[in-house]
Design a protein around this ligand. Structure first.
Ligand code: R5P
Length: 293
């Protein structure tokens, strides 16, 4: 029997592409918010012994989580055999340690909650910084995919003579791999973050590369500070305005507008979070993983 494909806040285009590539049956769900703010859900498909694949956009997660839990509970009550969450951007990964005493390590809490309701999870470039693997916090079966080949293809097809720039040591995993796939040089800078919007990037000692087109690569663009400050550091070394490529287009608090005013020539993201900068499509990466493995 075909899997049931269900949207949980996915953008219509992303969901349609995924549903088509997965050749499943699109679930018919009735949902409604009552005047008191509580939600109603009803599933019209036959669920018995089937696999459900939920295509979710969990950016800005809090209001999306309770409806997702109710969806999973409803599916289970009606006999679904397994639930896979396809969540291209996995939230709650950055609080992975107690930075100050008394803090909650929300990455753990979120992982524990999701692991109760789901059988498996497929995601792209989650922010694995102090965790080596999602298995350290999730007890479900998780699959982590990487956007590097798609990012490398985009750079190859669109940028002449690129220099791949990783703004900080964490970004080396993406920057070095993308540069290797393209066959171009890369440099990694040093970043110090003092606060949400306070970022210091040391100017690179890279004047010998300043005839090349800098392409900044990072997993997340959130406040945009990392990209803006890296672009400024490159400017001071005589580079032209860089292209910024981020996997996940968070763009919090006017970050996109600030980046457009900065020393940046182009802003490109993957379609893990819907945004007008989405130029790199990852639906085939996701659907191939789900269909063939
Ligand atoms: C940091 O560890 C991440 O890899 C990104 O560099 C960071 O999340 C970007 O954040 P922002 O856009 O707020 O500087």
């Amino acid at each position: 029997m075909k899997p049931l494909i269900i949207s949980s806040n996915a953008s219509p285009q992303f969901f349609e592409d995924m549903a088509q590539k997965l050749c499943g049956e699109i679930a018919q769900i009735e949902s409604h918010i009552f005047p008191d703010g509580e939600s109603y859900i009803r599933i019209l498909n036959d669920c018995a012994q089937r696999e459900a694949i939920i295509i979710a956009n969990l950016h800005q997660p809090n209001p999306k989580i309770l409806p997702l839990i109710f969806l999973c509970e409803t599916l289970r009550e009606h006999g679904i055999k397994s639930i896979k969450l396809v969540c291209p951007y996995l939230p709650y990964m950055r609080q992975d340690i107690q930075f100050k005493s008394g803090e909650g390590i929300t990455s753990r809490f979120f992982a524990k909650l999701m692991s109760q309701y789901l059988d498996s999870l497929v995601t792209i470039d989650p922010h694995l910084h102090r965790y080596n693997s999602l298995d350290e916090i999730y007890t479900l079966k998780s699959t982590v995919l990487h956007a590097n080949p798609q990012v490398a293809n985009w750079v190859k097809s669109n940028i002449k003579n690129p220099l791949i720039v990783g703004p900080d040591s964490e970004s080396e995993q993406w920057a070095a791999s993308v540069a290797g796939m393209i066959g171009c040089p890369s440099i990694i800078l040093n970043k110090e973050r003092m606060g949400d919007k306070e970022v210091l990037i040391s100017p690179p000692d890279a004047k010998k590369f300043n005839h090349l087109m800098p392409v900044l690569i990072d997993d997340i663009i959130s406040t945009g500070r990392t990209m803006i400050k890296t672009a400024d550091a490159l400017k001071s070394e005589g580079f032209q305005a860089p292209v910024c490529v981020g996997v996940h287009a968070i763009f919090s608090d006017g970050a996109y507008d600030e980046m457009k005013q900065a020393y940046i020539s182009e802003i490109i993201t993957c379609n893990t979070i819907p945004h007008e900068t989405n130029m790199i499509d990852l639906t085939t990466l996701l659907s191939d993983e789900i269909k063939y493995r």
